[in-house]
Design a binder for this molecule. Structure first.
Ligand code: HEM
Length: 370
């Protein structure tokens, strides 16, 4: 194995001859050199390289969560990888400032040479969306065309296969459904059990009662304002009631208003409420990371659309969409982990949290037995 540690030169290892030879300016080919086209090409290439890293890390997390039983250690690995993805995403958002150094006039020097190329044809970007869990039926369409129509047959087969497989969202849903603490029977005291949803329901009732009392008793607002606030509290009561109703939840799933199953939603709520319990700490951080990633993807979509408005105004895109209006719609509609954000609406103060039975509390603790 003499060759095992044979030396390699920096250039060769990184194959810089390929990468640094991959900037062919179309404006040069047309004999109308446009200075800013170099930046335009390099920035897209840099994005694509980061997309490659995101797919690499995301696939590894999907693999970890594809297992029947996810070990605690694997949740830590998943959190680290998702954290890395979110840090890359921050760079992707910040890089938009660099694109914005191209002025509308300078962009017009080479824009026509790009037709019909567009970021819309980024195969890796579509893979990232699908791997996270964006479903075909939830996509904003333009010109009534399937988004995948811009890809080769071979690429379409790959995208279809990805769509058929489990995304990060699908695996999250299944994992949350498997979490065992929603119904917990206490072994040494017969006929006793802890039913989280039942206890939570009582706690919400209590919290709303206390809020109503605080509004009625305050001297800082007049009766008219008090009535308005009490009415708003009634609306909250109706909202919470609809949350407790599994059938109502399933109706919303059918209409596409919600995506996470009822059981998974309740587990996510339990994790958020009892995140101070040692065993729930990692699952909590995992959920937070997915929210970070969803936020950052939405920030990128918003920043990209704002940059497009600044550079090409309301012109149609080189890919043939309405441009800014289409991109804005994707920012508003392509969220994937929206149901995790919704959990914040269901949170109740620590003071109202149902007290966990000792046996369950012990189970949620780290234990060390010699
Ligand atoms: C001057 C700079 C840019 C302009 C004017 C621009 C413009 C546009 C427009 C108008 C669209 C809508 C599709 C179309 O009709 O073409 C689009 C989509 C897209 N662009 Fe850009 N873009 C720019 C830079 C970038 C960069 C640097 C990236 C990085 C990869 C990028 C990635 C994308 C992606 C992924 C889409 C698809 C978005 C979706 O369908 O949700 N764009 N771009």
């Amino acid at each position: 194995m003499e060759n095992e540690y044979s030396s390699i030169h920096y250039d060769k290892y990184l194959q810089l001859n390929k990468i640094l030879d991959a900037q062919k300016l179309r404006s040069n080919e047309f004999d109308k050199p446009a200075h800013d086209e170099m930046l335009f090409i390099i920035i897209h290439q840099v994005y694509e390289l980061w997309f490659k890293e995101i797919i690499h890390d995301l696939n590894s997390v999907i693999k970890l969560f594809g297992k029947e039983k996810v070990q605690d250690r694997q949740i830590s690995d998943a959190i680290s990888r998702l954290d890395r993805i979110s840090k890359i995403q921050k760079i992707l958002v910040d890089q938009i400032e660099i694109i914005e150094t191209i002025t509308p006039l300078d962009f017009l020097d080479f824009r026509n040479y790009l037709l019909p190329a567009s970021g819309f044809q980024s195969f890796q970007f579509r893979q990232i969306e699908i791997l996270f869990g964006l479903k075909n039926e939830n996509r904003v369409s333009y010109n009534q065309c399937a988004y995948s129509g811009v890809f080769s047959k071979k690429e379409q087969v790959i995208l279809n296969k990805l769509e058929e497989g489990d995304s990060m969202f699908d695996l999250l849903d299944k994992w949350l459904e498997r979490i065992p603490f929603l119904n917990f029977s206490i072994s040494n005291q017969s006929n006793q059990s802890f039913n989280f949803i039942k206890e939570y329901k009582k706690a919400v009732g209590n919290m709303l009662k206390l809020e109503a009392l605080a509004i009625s008793k305050t001297h800082f607002i007049n009766d008219h304002e008090k009535n308005i606030r009490l009415k708003m509290l009634d609306d909250s009561r109706v909202y919470f009631k609809s949350i407790f109703d599994k059938n109502n939840h399933n109706e919303k799933l059918k209409k596409g208003e919600l995506k996470l199953s009822y059981k998974a939603t309740m587990s996510a709520l339990l994790i958020n409420l009892y995140r101070d319990e040692p065993i729930l700490r990692q699952p909590y951080l995992f959920l937070q990371k997915l929210i970070d990633i969803d936020d950052l993807l939405t920030s990128w979509r918003n920043r990209h659309s704002q940059m497009v408005l600044r550079i090409i105004g309301k012109k149609i895109g080189t890919g043939g969409s309405s441009g800014f209006d289409y991109l804005k719609k994707t920012a508003d509609n392509h969220r994937i982990f929206y149901d995790l954000h919704n959990i914040s609406t269901l949170m109740i103060p620590r003071s109202e949290l149902p007290i966990l039975p000792v046996e369950l509390k012990n189970k949620l603790n780290f234990s060390f037995n010699q």
